[in-house]
Ligand binder design. Structure first.
Ligand code: N7H
Length: 386
């Protein structure tokens, strides 16, 4: 069984070890709409699922269960209790506090202080692979490696969030298994309720090549310099400017104030945005006549790898791997991630004949991935660690 043990809303340090939250629009919104959440047992749902929590660091630790019974015992005795003490700093662990404490990151830390989950699980698991996700530095924080602000548009899950203007509202069961709107609700085992399927992808990004493509192909229009034209091409490929401002609302130049305005930055519909733009391919909005497509995912990815070096920039060639540790939650992978990738982004005839592929794909190399299940805490407590 492939499980994801990412923390709950009330506790922030089980699986990822180095998770540290930062203030994001969706997180604020989630906290601010507490009155709206009575129907869902939020103490039981892993925190990453409903809002795609942003992190500064996230260690993806993939392990195989070598000794099932010791693993279950440790899960129950050492990992689940981390959730019950209700002390945020304790629960998050000190590594997540490194910024607050004035440490210059965790680069000088003794590794054992960082690998707490690994040492807890001991030889009951065997490490298969780890990938260190990390927000980009300085003003690029929150931006993925091509330079675009990420994490703007995630659907509002019914019973959890008050939707922002233009935000898709999806049935709870489109994201959470066993809730109303889950297409397979009738056949789920009871313990799977309030879990979610996690599609993980390691997506390498060819950043110097992407930048060269923009430089070589500026859109030429009166009043635009070559640089403006290159920026416009990038914006049309994504559907947003680097600040997050949608091209539909700001068709020729970036508008950072608009990009920072979470009440205006997610319009629907988006006429004037190319049909093949990434955000229109992956969420066609009014193009299908309804937002109710049953094809929504909650994204919670994070960049990995270093910044582009001077040598890579001047040779326009990727020499060191960097990209996006892509994370998508949904109650049904075939309806969600898989459908978006296969039937929309990679389908040149969606949403109109001949509009072409999602152009972002040309600069992304899949390094593989896996599908996981993020169980509820009660499932871990009562079923999976029994
Ligand atoms: Fe995308 N990018 O920088 O171009 N994505 N994406 N994505 N993506 C989005 O709205 C990006 C990937 C979706 O509701 C933004 O948060 C990159 C896959 C969906 O408007 C940016 C990679 C899939 C949305 C990027 C990548 C999706 C979305 C705008 C790979 C699914 C929301 C910021 C390396 C199969 C659409 C935002 C909406 C937005 C980028 C992958 C899906 C900037 C670099 C594989 C549903």
């Amino acid at each position: 069984m492939k499980l994801n043990l990412i923390p709950t809303l009330t506790s922030l340090s089980l699986f990822a070890g180095l998770v540290s939250s930062r203030t994001t629009s969706l997180l604020i919104d989630a906290a601010g709409s507490a009155a709206n959440v009575a129907a869902l047992n939020l103490d039981d749902i892993q925190g990453d699922i409903l809002i795609g929590m942003k992190k500064k660091k996230e260690l993806f630790f993939f392990f195989g269960i070598a000794k099932p019974q010791p693993f279950k015992n440790k899960l129950k005795s050492d990992i689940l209790p981390l959730d019950s003490l209700n002390d945020t700093a304790f629960t998050r662990g000190q590594a997540a506090d490194n910024g607050t404490l004035g440490d210059p990151g965790t680069k000088n830390w003794v590794p054992q202080f960082l690998g707490s989950l690994k040492s807890t699980l001991g030889d009951s698991v065997t490490e298969i692979y780890t990938l260190q996700g990390e927000a980009r530095p300085g003003k690029e924080e929150g931006h993925e490696h091509f330079g675009f602000l990420d994490g703007i548009s995630n659907p509002a899950v019914t019973g959890f969030q008050t939707p922002l203007l233009g935000q898709a509202v999806v049935p709870t069961g489109e994201i959470l298994v066993g809730e109303k709107g889950d297409s397979e609700i009738g056949s789920r085992p009871a313990w799977a309720k309030d879990g979610s399927f996690l599609a993980f992808r390691q997506l390498k990004q060819l950043v110097p090549e992407f930048n060269k493509f923009l430089t070589d192909n500026p859109i030429r229009e009166p009043g635009l310099t070559d640089k403006n034209g290159s920026d416009l091409l990038g914006a049309r490929m994504v559907g947003r400017w680097k600040s997050g401002a949608p091209v539909f609302l700001s068709p020729r130049f970036d508008d950072p104030a608009l990009g920072a305005n979470r009440f205006r930055t997610n319009p629907s519909p988006i006429p004037g945005c190319p049909f093949s733009a990434h955000i229109r391919k992956t969420r066609p909005r009014a193009d299908l006549g309804t937002e109710n497509t049953g094809r929504h995912i909650v994204r919670g990815g994070i960049p990995y790898g270093p910044e582009v070096t001077a040598g890579e920039a001047s040779s326009h060639t990727t020499k060191i791997e960097r990209g996006l540790a892509f994370v998508a939650y949904q109650s049904n992978i075939e309806n969600g991630f898989q459908f978006l990738q296969h039937s929309w982004a990679s389908n040149p005839n969606f949403v109109e004949p001949g509009v072409g592929f999602d152009p972002i794909i040309d600069f992304v190399v899949s390094r593989g991935g896996e599908y996981f299940f993020s169980p509820s805490l009660s499932a871990i407590r009562n079923t999976l660690s029994a």
